[in-house]
Design a protein around this ligand. Structure first.
Ligand code: NAD
Length: 485
């Protein structure tokens, strides 16, 4: 019997065969989209942004009526589901965005489940004196509008949800268009957790097809009292121009200095471990190295012993022409280089194949020696490519590293045992996160002390955000009483 395939069916079959040839898992792609999975609709995901805001507002009203204990119960179930479903979200994230690594994304979800602060972060302050007692409490804003990135999609949704719910807010998300299924899976997870813990069926919300237009609806809706944006410079600028209170977590380009007092073998391993975490997608990951010339060869050897592949300067130039593309701004006619999205978060092996170099799976990072002006130093690539610039002394290292960070004041790293050098660089670079003698991820609580976040708010100053960042302070004064001493 002859089968009459439609064009759409043929396209689907070709896409499925192509993805199987590439080793991807079509099952996940077939079952998940922005609206649901396995034939089951995501809870809290709406066609229209207005409806999503209505739902988040109802969520806010429900939270306001809850005790802290009830909020904490919901958060406990979110943590539990996040741990249980971490591998699913990690795999979905890689399949949908084509970026990052399943094992590292799984670890990132575990980190969010374990180290995102809940209601314990909300602590009131009291002042007593001759005039009585004044109480300052951390109150919710109301409904928060949250814009999330493609690089840590479900991690950011869950981390923000925990903090924002702990603070008593409702939340509506406008996730990244390249990571809708993954982000909306996480929104559904939060809502399932709420229902399981006795909370409302829809506590947080989102839309099936987030766009810049749906973000604009969010900006303009008077019910949205706080905007929280995690992403590149364009979107951070747009929320800061919205006329609303906004928290902006923007781009970085973290430099690393290695001086001649460092434990070079450890530095080489730590830098490659940090740089290759989730294929360099985290905004805190090592992006360029300034190494004292006296130890540079030893450092490169230590990196090569830990999965780095050294390419020549001419291969670095060829690779730069692949991973960066020229784009002309239609309004100004000015052209500039931007990262090639097809290369972001890809395996080192895949990137090397693009310039005709074939390597095994043991290669996890591409390293090369460049000068300071090289595109690899100047652009935030978010790929496992690490340029190394030789410097003569600490003065030159700090000068170049500060310039490479481009004033983002985001993250910087240093490997050294010289406390004067460490202190000088930390002071000069003024970053939100400064990691000494460890991989970059120690800065967000992974093998380092302190809580975690995937929203590091440098431009607006909240830093390593947590529940208290999403609150507004309210004062309550009782004059001439309640000072009992
Ligand atoms: P991106 O900038 O491409 O997108 C972020 C989100 O903003 C998406 O939802 C996108 O659709 C939306 N968007 C973009 N322009 C917009 C506009 N004008 N108005 C409204 N919405 C808009 O981000 P990405 O590629 O997913 O993430 C990578 C970037 O984000 C990197 O620069 C990285 O350093 C940064 N980042 C920062 C942090 C942090 O905590 N500081 C965390 C993760 C990522």
């Amino acid at each position: 019997m002859a089968i009459n395939w439609t064009d759409v069916q043929i396209e689907q079959i070709v896409a499925s065969v192509m993805s199987q040839l590439k080793g991807e898992s079509p099952a996940i792609k077939d079952e998940y989209n922005g609206a649901g999975y396995n034939g089951k609709k995501y809870i809290g995901v709406f066609e229209d942004m207005k409806d999503a805001i209505d739902a988040a507002e109802s969520g806010y009203k429900a939270i306001r009526a809850m005790s802290l204990e009830e909020r904490e119960k919901i958060i406990a179930v979110i943590r539990e589901l996040c741990r249980k479903e971490a591998p699913t979200m990690a795999r979905l994230g890689v399949d949908e965005t084509k970026m990052g690594r399943v094992d590292h994304k799984t670890a990132k979800h575990m980190l969010v489940a374990d180290k995102t602060p809940g209601t314990a972060d909300i602590v009131a302050q009291v002042k007593t004196g001759d005039y009585g007692l004044t109480l300052t409490e951390m109150a919710p804003f109301g409904v928060v509008g949250s814009i999330t990135p493609s690089t840590n999609p479900s991690e950011t949704v869950i981390c923000n949800s925990i903090g924002m719910i702990a603070a008593g807010n409702g939340v509506v998300f406008n996730p990244h268009p390249n990571a809708i299924a993954t982000s909306n899976y996480a929104i559904d997870l939060v809502n399932r957790a709420s229902a399981m813990a006795g909370g409302p069926r829809v506590l947080v919300s989102s839309v099936v097809k987030p766009t810049l237009d749906s973000a604009n609806v969010m900006y303009k809706d008077p019910r949205i009292k706080l905007l929280v944006c995690t992403g590149g410079p364009g979107v951070v600028k747009s929320v800061l121009s919205s006329g609303k209170k906004a928290i902006g977590a923007g781009a970085g380009n973290p430099p690393v200095i290695v001086d001649d007092t460092a434990d070079i073998r450890k530095a080489g391993k730590d830098i490659i471990d940090g740089c290759t975490f989730d294929n360099n997608l985290p905004c805190i990951a090592e992006k360029e190295v300034f190494a004292f010339a006296s130890i540079a060869d030893e450092l490169i050897d230590a990196m090569r012993a830990n999965g780095a592949y050294l390419i020549s300067r001419s291969d670095a130039d060829t690779l730069a022409r692949v991973v960066l593309v020229e784009k002309t701004n239609p309004k100004t006619g000015i052209s500039s280089k931007i990262v090639n999205r097809d290369c972001v978060g890809r395996d080192a092996k895949v990137l090397l194949e693009k310039i005709g170099i074939s390597v095994g799976d043991e290669v996890r990072c591409i390293i090369c020696e460049t000068d300071f002006e090289h595109d690899f130093v100047q652009h935030e690539l978010m790929m496992p490519i690490l340029p190394i610039v030789r410097v003569k002394d600490i003065d030159q290292a700090i000068d170049l590293a500060v310039r490479a960070e481009h004033g983002n004041r985001h993250t910087a790293h240093m490997h050294s045992k010289n406390i004067d050098n460490l202190t000088r660089f930390a002071r000069a670079v003024e970053t939100t996160i400064f990691v000494k003698n460890a991989p970059s991820y120690a800065g967000i609580g992974f093998g380092g002390e302190g809580h975690t976040t995937f929203t590091i708010a440098g431009p607006t100053g909240e830093g390593i955000t947590s529940a208290k960042s999403f609150t507004r302070l309210r004062r309550c004064v009782l004059a001439e009483s309640f000072r009992i001493i």
